[in-house]
Design a protein around this ligand. Structure first.
Ligand code: 5RP
Length: 227
C-alpha cells in the first residue's frame, strides 16, 4: 500500500469504531478526510463535531449532521490525523493549521484515536516543524519570546512564520502559525509548558497524553498501537 492507500485503510478502520448514537469528533487533514468519508458511507445516526471549517464542509456535503463543540454535552470518540507519532503516542499536529480546534475537541473527548500512514511514526518527535499558533497582534514580539522559551529548552531554533501563496496563513480562528524546526524534542512536556507560558501563544502542536490508540497504515495493513 502506498501512503494514500494507508491513510484510506486506517480511516476506514477507524470508522468501524463508531457506534450509532455517538457524538464523534471529526479531525482535519487528508487522513481524517478518509475517516469522514468512510463514516458517512456507514450512514449511522451520529453527530459530528468538526475541528475545522474544511472538515465541517466535507462532513456536511456527505450528509453528516454536525454541531459545534459548545452544542454537545460530551464527545464519545474523536478520530484525527497527525504529523508525527512518537513514543507513548505523543504527537505533533497542526500541519493543517487546525491544531487549536483539534486540541479543544480532543480534550473534550472520552476517547481519541489517531490515524496515520506509516511514515508518521518516529522514534523521537521534532523532525516535523512544530506548529505554534499565535495571536496576530504583536506576533513578531511573541516570536522573540518563543525563541527565548525554545532556548530555555536547549532548542536554538528560530520559528518561521507560515506563509502560503505569498500571504501569512490564518487559522480558522484568525491567528497566525509559526513553525519551529526543532529537530529533536527530547523533553516534549517541558517544551509544551514553556511555550504555553508565552503570552500571545494560543497553543502549540504537541499533543501529549491525549491519544488513547493509534491506527497506523503500513504496507501490510493497519496496525493498532497503544500508549
Ligand atoms: C491538521 C493536522 C493533521 O491531522 C495533520 O497535519 C495530518 O494531516 P494529513 O492527514 O493530511 O497527513 O494536524 O492540523
Amino acid at each position: 500500500m502506498n501512503a494514500d492507500d494507508q491513510k484510506r485503510a486506517c480511516g476506514e478502520a477507524a470508522a468501524l469504531l463508531v457506534k450509532p448514537g455517538m457524538t464523534v469528533g471529526l479531525g482535519t487533514g487528508s487522513t481524517a478526510a478518509w475517516f469522514v468519508r468512510a463514516l458517512a458511507a456507514r450512514k449511522l445516526d451520529i453527530v459530528g463535531v468538526p475541528t475545522s471549517v474544511a472538515t465541517a464542509e466535507l462532513a456536511t456535503s456527505l450528509g453528516i449532521v454536525i454541531k459545534d463543540l459548545d452544542e454537545v454535552s460530551a464527545i464519545d470518540l474523536t478520530v484525527d490525523g497527525a504529523d508525527e507519532i512518537g513514543p507513548a503516542l505523543a504527537l505533533i499536529k497542526g500541519g493543517g493549521a487546525a491544531l487549536l480546534r483539534e486540541k479543544l475537541v480532543w480534550e473534550a473527548s472520552k476517547r481519541c484515536v489517531v490515524i496515520a500512514d506509516a511514515a508518521k511514526r518516529v522514534p523521537l518527535l521534532g523532525k516535523f516543524p512544530l506548529p505554534i499558533e499565535v495571536v496576530a497582534f504583536g506576533h513578531k514580539t511573541t516570536m522573540a519570546r518563543i525563541c527565548d522559551a525554545l532556548t530555555e529548552c536547549d532548542l536554538g531554533v528560530a520559528p518561521r512564520l507560515r506563509v502560503k501563496d505569498g500571504a501569512s496563513v490564518k487559522t480558522d480562528g484568525g491567528n497566525l502559525i509559526y513553525d519551529a524546526a526543532c529537530g529533536r524534542i527530547e523533553e516534549p512536556a517541558l517544551l509544551a509548558a514553556a511555550l504555553k507560558s508565552v503570552t500571545g501563544v494560543v497553543d502549540h502542536g504537541l499533543f501529549l497524553d491525549l491519544a488513547d490508540m493509534a491506527l497506523v497504515g503500513t504496507p501490510d495493513g493497519v496496525v493498532t498501537l497503544e500508549p
